[in-house]
Ligand binder design. Structure first.
Ligand code: PXL
Length: 265
């Protein structure tokens, strides 16, 4: 039997992030990938690769979630970019009307190309309506700072932020130091309300890599769909994203893109 992994996320047409990345990750980790699209992001080569962003009609998002969950037995879902308060309200309603074993939230807060005012509305809606439904949340340093109100410069700050986000009602917080915190290793921490588990890997390369956050959260989702515990899912996901970063491609953009292929050898 193949396990189903579901993502509710945006399309990023170049294949480096979003639903495209989630599906590749789901497939590489041996699950059957299913996706409902929330928005369409198209990088603009004529405007410094800025994000052109088009939301999908909320009823169409609802229809996709209805279709996916009617076709399959799905108990594990990843939430990626939602993008607008209207989208967030629709997705929150659809999530709340079904039962899930795990909801993995990658709290994508800022999409370049959105107006700051609109983005603030979106951040607040995500925190109020989606975060309380999540069982696992995977903020990076910026998102952990925004969700907790804590300024993060060190690993201890990151741990304090993870504790604060746990207090907001999320059972498992995966706070990602990634390449941002000082030191030779990319360090992520899992906090489950009692214990911190650290996951380390040597930092890779100098250039920014798109899609690492999506890949980590998607890999956690795939492992949970297969029945792993959260700590084991995060351990495999950290190995998986390190592999995808190491094997990245260098396209025409000023940043590289993760490549998930060949993980199993
Ligand atoms: O990596 C964040 C992200 C998530 N989802 C979509 C994106 C991006 C960044 O470009 O476009 C659809």
């Amino acid at each position: 039997m193949v396990n189903i992994a579901f993502t509710i996320a945006g399309s990023e047409a170049s294949g480096g992030a979003g639903a495209q990345t989630d599906l590749k990750t789901f497939h590489e980790l041996g699950t059957f990938g299913v996706a409902a699209l929330t928005c369409i992001v198209s990088f603009d080569p004529k405007n410094d690769w800025g994000h052109r962003f088009v939301p999908v009609d909320p009823q169409v998002i609802r229809d996709q979630i209805e279709a996916a969950t009617a076709v399959h037995d799905i108990d594990t879902v990843k939430i990626g970019m939602l993008g607008t308060p209207t989208t967030i309200a629709a997705v929150a309603d659809e999530l709340a009307s079904r039962s899930w074993r795990h909801i993995v939230l990658d709290p994508v807060l800022i999409c370049k190309g959105q107006e700051p005012g609109a983005a603030l509305d979106t951040d607040n809606a995500l925190k109020a309506q989606i975060l309380p439904l999540a069982t696992v949340v995977t903020p990076n340093v910026f998102e952990a700072g925004a969700l907790s109100g804590i300024e993060i410069e060190t690993l201890d700050d990151l741990k304090a932020a993870a504790k604060a986000i746990h207090k907001l009602g999320v059972p498992y917080v995966v706070a990602k130091g990634g390449a941002v915190l000082p030191g030779d290793d990319a360090v992520d921490v899992l906090y489950d309300g009692e214990t911190f588990t650290e996951f380390r890997a040597p930092k890779v390369g100098e250039r920014y890599v798109s899609g690492a956050g999506c890949t980590l959260a998607a890999a956690i989702t795939a492992e949970l769909a297969k029945g792993a515990s959260v700590v084991d899912a995060v351990r495999v996901a950290k190995e998986f994203v390190t592999h995808a970063i190491t094997n990245r491609i260098t396209p025409h953009t000023p940043f590289d893109e993760v490549y998930q292929g060949g993980f199993g050898g």
